[in-house]
Design a binder for this molecule. Structure first.
Ligand SMILES: [Zn+2]
Ligand SMILES: [Zn+2]
Length: 343
């Protein structure tokens, strides 16, 4: 199979012919039709993720067709159109029994714990637990956004933060997951303040319904407080950086909820969290880590109704030969880049 591979952290990203994977007993192999390029892939390439072992094939935001099925799989057949959350849960532990697959301690992640989907084929474990069937009308490139960024934003805004109509929501970082959060929060009836350092990203945030935008180089907490009459009800760090995390917590009004969505690898420094403010204002600090496969029907229903439009997040479709440059240049282009040609 053709696949994007790197042999050193931060080293060259090249497309090579590699052996295609075999399915595990409880797993499948999917022929990849679309695979998004995400900041998490960039972190893996940089060596920020201890799960990544060299040489490595990145990619975890995928949609495709089942090409091979392990003997123990009951629910899936060759030819099924599927996507998968980037957290592949075991289906057998206490967290999984409680429905909290996104924090399964035995999880695998394509593109991190094993080779990923910036390749013609990818192996996925515990297929009966993790695969999500795609409606025929959903395109593969749109479906790829549901494997990580769009679903992660949906869970953060709707299920973790519990955003209510009329609330102010601040979104710090308008990359793929941030813009997804803007669109989802607006659909939930919230008023959104979008924060970024790139004019193109802020323009997209306004197009997706943000009521106001703030440049990330400004005094962000003060600007959010001005715009919202005292601070946001909900604030999300969708970038994952020391400054955006701290700004997010400082952007909240009393009783506000901060949700950490962007990854914060300690190698990039730890954020300073103003705990005195957390106490005095009774703030809630929440984490959000993907979304379990069983939670997808609500999201897919809102997409089918046209109330959520993840297809608008996909601003660029490229071939695998251009994936390395896109990964290395993460953040240079607004919106989500998806690889849709692998041959
Ligand atoms: Zn991702
Ligand atoms: Zn589990």
């Amino acid at each position: 199979m053709r696949a994007l591979i790197f042999e050193a952290f931060g080293g060259p990203l090249s497309v090579r012919d590699l052996p295609a994977p075999d399915p595990a007993t409880d797993g499948v192999v999917v022929e990849v039709a679309a695979s998004g390029i995400c900041r998490s892939d960039w972190h893996g390439w940089q060596g920020h993720d201890p799960d990544v072992v060299l040489p490595h094939v990145p990619g975890h935001e995928l949609a495709g067709t089942v090409a091979a099925v392990g003997h123990g799989v009951r629910r899936w057949r060759v030819g099924d159109r599927v996507t998968v959350p980037f957290v592949n849960a075991c289906g057998r532990c206490a967290q999984c029994a409680a429905g909290e697959h996104q924090v399964c301690p035995n999880q695998t992640q394509p593109g991190f714990t094993h080779w990923g989907s910036l390749a013609q084929f990818v192996a996925l474990d515990a297929a009966d637990v993790n695969l999500v069937a795609l409606p025929d009308e959903l395109s593969m490139s749109t479906a790829a956004t549901l494997g990580c960024r769009y679903a992660t934003a949906f869970r953060a805004v709707v299920q973790v933060a519990g955003v209510r109509p009329g609330e102010w929501v601040a979104v710090h970082g308008c990359g793929g997951v941030g813009l997804s959060a803007v669109q989802i929060a607006v659909a939930a009836g919230a008023r959104v303040v979008a924060v970024d350092v790139a004019a193109g990203a802020l323009e997209l945030a306004r197009r997706f319904g943000a009521a106001a935008t703030v440049h990330g180089d400004d005094d962000v907490p003060a600007a959010v407080a001005d715009l919202t009459g005292g601070g946001a009800h909900v604030s999300l760090d969708t970038l994952g950086a020391a400054l955006t995390c701290t700004n997010s917590v400082r952007s909240l009004r009393p009783r506000g909820r901060h949700v950490q969505v962007g990854l914060l690898p300690p190698a990039q420094g730890r954020p300073e969290v103003p705990m005195e403010r957390v106490i005095a204002l009774e703030l809630a600090l929440l984490g959000s880590h993907g979304m379990a496969a069983h939670a997808y029907p609500e999201l897919l229903g809102l997409v089918a109704d046209g109330r959520l439009r993840p297809q608008e997040l996909v601003t660029r479709e490229i071939g695998l030969d251009d994936a390395g440059a896109a990964l290395a240049g993460m953040g240079a282009e607004p919106g989500i880049t998806v690889v849709t040609a692998f041959g």
